[in-house]
Design a protein around this ligand. Structure first.
Ligand SMILES: [Zn+2]
Length: 55
């Protein structure tokens, strides 16, 4: 089973990037701040884990 890594595209060159990177690996343009934060997927994973533990 593969982990569902979040992928987002660079706004400048449409290059697929993994969630959490600060710059595009292809054109080195800085990504939006929200793409650099690991917190959303981390919080989501923790919430899912909590639900699984309770249920
Ligand atoms: Zn790019």
């Amino acid at each position: 089973m593969r982990l569902p890594f979040r992928i987002f595209r660079c706004g400048a060159c449409n290059y697929d990037m993994r969630y959490g990177t600060s710059t595009c690996r292809y054109c080195f343009k800085e990504t939006p701040l929200r793409n650099r934060l690991w917190m959303p997927p981390l919080v989501a994973a923790m919430a899912i884990g909590l639900v699984m533990a309770v249920a």
